[in-house]
Design a protein around this ligand. Structure first.
Ligand code: SIN
Length: 529
């Protein structure tokens, strides 16, 4: 393969956002999708709960909007919420046409709709408990049929290429040949997913290292709302099985949380108990763990009919059984873990960033839809709607005509092989541990200052590694997680209040003044503290 791959559109990432976007670009334009490992290794592929949309007559657009805004704790962009929620049913129809087989109620054609925390109506379309895998499969099957779309697996984007203040493609490391190639394009779309791996405990796949956010930031794009890191209350607590989510849909079907004494505790924290918004449930568990000194709490669904459990949650049932836990007979040990970045690269409703030639969609984008806290199952919805909107905007751009600039070869400078590769894995561990210890579910000013001082030192060291040593996939990701960690800390320090997924014990209440200030300038661009 040549070391230059030109196309009309370069898409970085292969989850629901990247693939739906690519399918919506007219076949007259060439699209290149680069993805770090396999096309299937995405957060979409792991999504269990489902995709929220107003499908039932008993539900309404107004109620979905209201739930999204209430859970978003005052920071949702109302117009964006309205537009995404309204587009939901159409996008669901499209997914069905593409081959996603959402569960239907027995004996009729109606969709079987699930319930999750924060929703006042059943509106979560799902394929048992492996919705994301089904969506991913359907999208990949369609992408394979497209002659205008070429997918490069095992390719890690290193940096965006800028010419005249405009993004015109990216440098990408081919992991097999270990060479950095040029991918010039007229338009570049970031669909790189989240950044769960910035923290030690996460439900996210290993690829979720905030690459899109870090690259966009280096290119000068505004980044917004990164302090709102959503913790999922229930990850499986197990010594060998890492990052396995126990879907909120279990709580939707009646599962209860039990403390070390075997008693329910959520009633003491919120009137909606186990179905309270995620930040509330995660903080309640954190507080119970701290209060009792236990390592985990239990989630119990064993009182439901065993056949129902096995049929509705086959993936969770079998993974837990492999871990020695029969969920039809006993409760599941669970802990909270990082699940979702509510902010990201600031975009408008068409995925446009404030850097020319650059779009962002999916979890790496900050549209304002999730505000300070994402409503469960709203992310696949945002991903597919934004992909659709952005494809229309990009097609318009292409129709108007954009020139591709030639891209100079990658300059490795004086880089040499690192003498001790182990240092890179130590730094990975240091950053992730630091974030979970000091920038976790409950933050304080002191912890944030400590985190800022330590990350500042680490980030400088990592940056010098990046320039001095031949780049590897690990080094690219390490640099990105350090950048995103710095941004999260910076934004968490700027927010002098508690709101949604950001809780600071030194400012335990939401503050109107803080919203006004941060809303006025609710983003960070390259040149400011
Ligand atoms: C879950 O299944 O609990 C996750 C759903 C989501 O995060 O939207």
């Amino acid at each position: 393969m040549s070391d230059v791959v030109s196309s009309d559109v370069l898409v970085i990432g292969s989850g629901i956002a990247g693939l739906s976007f690519s399918l919506n670009i007219p076949e007259t334009y060439t699209v290149t999708v680069v993805t770090k490992t396999s096309i299937l290794e995405t957060a979409t592929n792991r999504a269990q709960g489902g995709i929220a949309a107003v499908i039932s007559d008993k539900d309404s657009v107004a109620s979905h909007i209201e739930d999204t805004i209430r859970v978003g704790a005052g920071l949702c962009h109302p117009k964006v919420v309205e537009s995404i929620v309204k587009s939901g049913p159409k996008r669901i129809e499209e997914l069905v046409r593409l081959g996603v087989e959402f569960c239907r109620e027995e004996g009729c054609d109606d969709f079987d709709l699930g319930l999750e925390g924060g929703h006042t109506n059943r509106r979560v379309l799902h394929v048992k408990d492996h919705t994301g895998a089904d969506i991913q499969r359907a999208l990949v099957e369609q992408i394979r049929k497209r002659s205008n779309v070429t997918v490069y697996e095992n390719h890690s984007a290193v940096n965006l290429y800028m010419s005249n203040d405009c993004v015109m493609g990216a440098y990408v490391l081919d992991k097999e040949t270990k060479t950095v190639k040029r991918f010039p394009s007229k338009v570049t779309v970031l669909a790189t997913g989240g950044a769960g791996r910035v923290f030690l405990y996460t439900s996210n796949p290993d690829v979720a290292t905030g690459d899109g956010i870090a690259m966009a930031y280096r290119a000068g794009a505004s980044i917004t709302n990164l302090e709102f890191i959503q913790f999922h209350p229930t990850l499986l607590y197990h010594s060998k099985i890492r990052s396995f989510l126990i879907s909120e849909a279990l709580r939707g079907e009646g599962a209860v949380l039990l403390g070390p004494d075997g008693k329910r505790f959520m009633d003491a924290y919120h009137p909606d108990a186990e179905l309270a918004p995620r930040d509330v449930v995660a903080r309640a568990i954190d507080s119970e763990l701290k209060r009792t000194g236990a390592n985990f709490v239990h989630l119990d669904i064993s009182f439901k009919d065993a056949d129902f459990i096995k049929d509705r949650f086959p993936a969770i049932y079998s993974t837990c059984l492999n871990a020695g836990i029969d969920i039809t007979q006993e409760p599941i040990p669970v802990v909270p873990g990082v699940h979702y970045v509510c902010g990201g690269v600031k975009t408008d409703i068409n995925g446009k960033t404030d850097v020319r030639g650059l779009y962002a969609i999916g979890e790496c984008a900050g549209t304002g839809f999730h505000g300070a806290n994402r409503l469960a199952s709203n992310s696949l919805l945002e991903g597919v709607v934004m992909a659709h909107n952005t494809a229309a905007a990009v097609s318009d751009d292409l129709q108007r005509g954009i020139e591709v600039h030639s891209m100079p070869p990658w300059d490795p400078g004086e880089a040499t092989d690192p003498d001790e590769l182990v240092v890179i894995s130590h730094m990975w561990d240091e950053v992730r541990r630091l974030m979970v210890n000091y920038v976790g579910i409950v933050r304080t000013n002191k912890r944030l200052i400590r985190a800022r001082n330590r990350i500042g030192f680490l980030a400088r060291e990592i940056e010098s590694f990046y320039w001095d040593f031949i780049i590897t996939p690990d080094l690219i990701e390490l640099r990105n997680i350090a950048t995103v960690a710095e941004l999260i800390i910076k934004m968490a320090r700027m927010r002098k209040e508690s709101r949604g997924a950001h809780y600071n014990r030194d400012y335990p209440e939401p503050s109107k003044a803080a919203v006004d200030t941060v809303m006025k300038k609710g983003y960070i661009s390259v040149d400011e503290e």
